[in-house]
Write a protein that binds this ligand. Structure first.
Ligand code: GLY
Ligand code: MN
Ligand code: MN
Length: 469
């Protein structure tokens, strides 16, 4: 099936701006009289005209839906105005004609003025952008410091702005969910292409290329740097040079992002040969049990920390069944053993950013009054809110043997809880992760990426189906 992004209706953005304006009006805390939401600028690579692809800041995309480089959306006394760069006469020659400001006004449904008319002072509320050039430009405009990527330490009216944006973006509206379904569909297509392209003797890069093809063909981009590796124990490896061999597991964490910026984020792990070894299959099934236990918990009102804990408990239960964990798995969980094999959080918010709104530090991910817990299994948990309908979260447990970490020495007092001799038999399992995108619904959840196989036999069939016996 060939996908092409369907844009959200103009009314969706008009509605978002109206809702955010209302939230800013009624918010407690320091009042926001004027706020700026900059789109940002692309960065030059090696000379000014060879630039990295431009992607607008996510708060801007949420409200405008277009990657308008340099533009600033202004909120002033309850009125939204977009300040944008007028088209340059040279555009027709080099980059193609751009819409006039009058055309943008009609397309977007709000007043559009030339960027040069934008005026503001130190009182303007702002979420600092990610790129330094835009931060410097804003600092000059506002005559105050603006630190690129400084959204985790806001003050005054910027906190009010951030809280209003979080309240708006935490629960996805219908237009956002339509985008996220498209991202999920193309993300699944990318993974199917990965299953099909896998052959012993290729490099990881060849599988990555096959996976990114349907994404590009759909007019989308990868929502983060693709992870396609036989070293799944390196959690976010961006190297793709290894040859993939028949005995390897290949871990692919690849997602598609729609033209409006909404992301998919999915991981599958499969045997390069098309057949899991007995140890690979056993460890894979343990991760799948943990993933299913966590997904089963996702429902309105459930604290995400409990989803995370359900995964850790289920993983240790399954590992105990395999004889890898000694004694009572509940006691092993309470002692913190799960982090030895699964040292990251069960997932995160997903939306316009693959870790949605993490430009605001933990302000979006952690409910007021909650903060990161210090335990090894919990401190990388990026989300601890009570789930609400419309939230989209990932569920992504794993099993990893990380040199120096999954070791008797590192385990210290926990070492007697592991059957190290049995674990040695699992040397062909370096890293497994299974990740799906799960929407919280009124009464439970919907796995947006459910159609992508993950049962071991189905995964094997997908890989083998394309290999010559
Ligand atoms: N793809 C990054 C993550 O799963 O968090
Ligand atoms: Mn993820
Ligand atoms: Mn991922």
């Amino acid at each position: 099936m060939a996908y092409w992004t369907t844009p959200s209706p103009r009314a969706a953005f008009i509605d978002r701006r109206a809702r955010l304006a209302a939230a800013l009006r009624t918010a407690g805390g320091p009042e926001v009289e004027t706020a700026w939401l900059p789109a940002g600028y692309s960065r030059p690579r090696n000379f000014p005209h060879n630039r990295y692809r431009f992607r607008a800041e996510s708060h801007f995309l949420y409200l405008i839906g277009r990657h308008l480089e340099g533009a600033v959306l202004s909120f002033h006394k309850d009125t939204w105005t977009l300040y944008a760069l007028p088209p340059d006469p040279s555009d027709a020659l080099w980059t193609g004609p751009a819409p006039s400001l009058e055309e943008l006004e009609v397309e977007l449904g709000l007043p559009v003025r030339p960027l040069a008319e934008l005026q503001g002072g130190p009182e303007v509320a702002l979420i600092p952008p990610q790129d330094a050039d835009t931060a410097i430009w804003l600092a000059e405009q506002l005559d105050r410091d603006v630190v690129a990527g400084g959204g985790a330490s806001l003050e005054g009216a910027a906190i009010t702005l951030a809280e209003a944006l979080i309240a708006a973006r935490l629960r996805h509206d219908d237009a956002a969910i339509a985008q996220l379904r498209q991202a999920a569909a193309v993300t699944m297509e990318a993974h199917r292409a990965g299953f099909a392209a896998t052959r012993p003797g290729l490099r990881e890069a060849a599988v990555r290329a096959a996976m990114e093809l349907p994404i590009t063909a759909a007019g989308m981009v990868p929502s983060y740097n693709s992870i396609v590796t036989v070293h799944g124990e390196v959690l976010h490896s961006e190297r793709h040079h290894h040859e993939i061999e028949a005995g390897d597991l290949l871990l692919a964490d690849v997602g598609a992002e729609t033209a409006e910026g909404y992301a998919g984020d999915v991981t599958r792990t499969w045997p390069v040969s098309g057949v899991f070894s007995s140890t690979q299959r056993a460890a894979y099934e343990a991760v799948l049990i943990a993933q299913r236990a966590a997904i089963a918990k996702v429902a309105p009102g459930v604290r995400y920390l409990e989803v995370h804990r359900a995964a850790g408990r289920a993983l240790l239960g399954a590992l105990a069944e395999l004889g890898l964990v000694n004694g009572d798995p509940e006691e092993a969980y309470a002692a913190g053993l799960s982090a030895l094999f699964f040292p990251h959080g069960i997932g995160h918010l997903l939306g316009l950013d693959v870790h949605d709104m993490e430009d605001l530090g933990d302000r979006a991910g952690y409910a007021p009054g909650r903060s990161r817990l210090p335990g090894a299994g919990d401190r990388f948990l990026r989300l601890d809110r009570d789930l609400e309908p419309g939230m989209l979260v990932t569920i992504e447990p794993g099993f990893y043997q990380i040199p120096g970490l999954t070791s008797r020495e590192h385990a210290g007092a926990l070492a007697p809880l592991v059957n190290w001799a049995e674990l040695e038999r699992y040397a062909d399992v370096r890293g497994i992760r299974i990740e799906d995108d799960v929407l919280v619904t009124e009464h439970g959840h919907e796995v947006l990426t459910e159609q992508l196989p993950k049962d071991p036999a189905a995964v094997e069939a997908c890989v083998r189906g394309h290999q010559v016996p």
